[in-house]
Design a protein around this ligand. Structure first.
Ligand code: MD3
Ligand code: FE
Length: 209
């Protein structure tokens, strides 16, 4: 397993998972799930997405992967990040600047996310924090090269993963979800939240402190 990957199984108990799910549903009422498409091919993702926070990750055929301040369908700014989400970042990320994007992925049964690296962020030194809710996912993580050996593990409801250092640059993906393995989400499926720093934080001004 690559250095810098931390898995905290069951970090959120059931009441915390329910509270977080309610907060995510409130975000989705303002910023509905959309279907991103691949650059160039225009092929749709099987994962549906939305975001909260000042920036959101989007992708389409014409303009590719990028962060934007507004929802691609509604044109509205992304809703604020729920406080519970930012609190987890301050407690666990070990980074001195706040997250700027919280990407919400929804996997219906049959959805998957092919092996990729997250490299659309200017600040690649910041860690990335992932929270899983609902059905279990079969997750894989390899190394910096696509050909590096992969480790597979289950991400279950309430699990948190923190990617820092070398793991931040590793190939990873979701092979499949296991339908019916959680009753948290009434309609089934899985939500994953990833908290991300996007821009480089301004250096501290020594005279300001
Ligand atoms: C390892 N999401 O949104 S979360 C993504 O479960 C993404 O929805 C998956 O990959 C999901 O980009 C996996 C765990 C994760 C997130 C980012 C990583 C693992 C990572 C970045 C680098 C290495
Ligand atoms: Fe990723």
């Amino acid at each position: 397993m690559i250095e810098g990957f931390r898995h905290l199984p069951g970090h959120l108990d059931r009441p915390a998972q329910e509270a977080l799910l309610a907060a995510i549903r409130a975000v989705l009422a303002e910023a509905p799930l959309f279907v991103p498409t691949m650059p160039r091919s225009g092929r749709p993702f099987s994962v549906q997405m939305s975001n909260c926070g000042p920036l959101g990750w989007v992708s389409d055929k014409a303009r590719g992967y990028r962060y934007e301040a507004c929802h691609p369908v509604t044109g509205q700014p992304w809703p604020a990040m729920p406080e519970m989400v930012t609190a987890l970042w301050w407690a666990l990320a070990g980074y001195g600047a706040p997250p700027e994007a919280c990407l919400i992925n929804y996997y219906a049964p049959g959805a998957r996310l092919g092996s990729h690296r997250d490299e659309d962020e200017a600040d690649m030194a910041a860690p990335l924090l992932s929270i899983s809710l609902g059905d279990e996912a079969v997750f894989h993580i390899g190394g910096r090269k696509r050909s590096d050996a992969k480790t597979r593990l289950t991400l279950a409801s309430g699990d948190i993963a923190i990617l820092a250092g070398p793991a931040r640059l590793a190939y990873h993906g979701i092979d499949r979800i296991r339908p019916g393995t959680s009753d948290l989400i009434a309609e089934g499926g899985r939500f994953n939240l990833t908290l991300r720093r996007v821009t480089q934080p301004a250096p501290c001004d020594p005279q300001a402190g």
